[in-house]
Design a protein around this ligand. Structure first.
Ligand code: PLP
Length: 243
């Protein structure tokens, strides 16, 4: 049976450091092409379904910024790793249930998936209660896909305003996941437009297949999973619920 890329990475610890370096170099290239400073792009290593052994390798290679999709999985994996690497910065990339707002506020430094007002209210309440104020991206469902998280495009301006003004959240930018298999350019452009008219400076867009392109369109945060860690177990990935 052919080895999976994850098995390969485990077998060759140096491989992961090299892979991360290669992704960083591609980010630098894309920045150069777009006449941007490479420090203006943050690489978030999307580590859903990635086991702790591999994370230790990536941490050993010096990478400190990781994104998880599910609160429960992050709670199982990260407290022990954070104890060893206190300068880890943890991002929540997946949709968030309102009843998990407490855990999310306690665990994550950045939340990319604010997409409705009740969640903004819950995050504000938990922030006040726990004295933690994660930075927040409003996720916009630029493709209008019913199965996806994200606020509908027509509601985005209002949600941004309410999250900031009514709930006092630290809204730093917008996030999108364009429809799979479609050209992402129009989605990147739309997200950048909504951000510009709301004076938001951060854009979380671009994944393994299109992060160089996203950087051309102004991405400040790229979320790269398979491009760093290799393929995720397909069946478990399919079982991931919407939020
Ligand atoms: C899984 C995931 C990523 C990373 O996807 P890859 O294609 O593996 O790079 C980025 N963003 C979100 C929201 C994800 O769920």
């Amino acid at each position: 049976m052919p080895r999976t890329s994850i098995e390969d990475a485990v077998a060759r610890p140096a491989g992961l450091a090299e892979t991360i370096a290669r992704v960083r170099a591609e980010i630098s290239n894309a920045c150069q092409g777009a006449q941007r400073d490479p420090v203006s792009v943050t690489l978030v290593a999307a580590s859903k379904l990635v086991v702790a052994d591999l994370l230790v390798q990536a941490l050993g290679a010096g990478h400190r910024i990781y994104g998880e999709n599910r609160v429960q999985e992050a709670r199982q994996k990260w407290p022990a790793l954070k104890a060893r690497y206190p300068d880890v910065e943890l991002h929540l990339l997946g949709g968030l249930q309102t009843n998990k707002a407490r855990d999310a506020v306690l665990l994550f430094d950045v939340i990319h998936s604010l997409d409705r007002e009740p969640l903004a209210a819950a995050l504000a309440r938990q922030s006040a209660q726990h004295g933690r104020r994660p930075r927040v991206f409003v996720q916009v469902n630029t493709g209008g896909e019913p199965q996806k998280s994200g606020t509908p495009v027509p509601d985005a301006d209002r949600l941004i305003a309410v999250a900031r003004e009514q709930h006092g959240l630290d809204v730093v930018g917008l996030m999108c996941v364009p429809p799979a298999g479609a050209p992402p350019e129009a989605h990147f452009t739309l997200l950048a437009e909504i951000a510009a008219r709301n004076a938001l400076s951060s854009l979380s867009m671009g994944m393994s297949g299109d992060y160089a392109l996203a950087i051309e369109y102004g991405a400040t945060h790229v979320r790269v999973g398979t491009g760093i860690f290799g393929g995720r177990p397909a069946q478990r990935a399919r079982e991931l619920p919407k939020r």
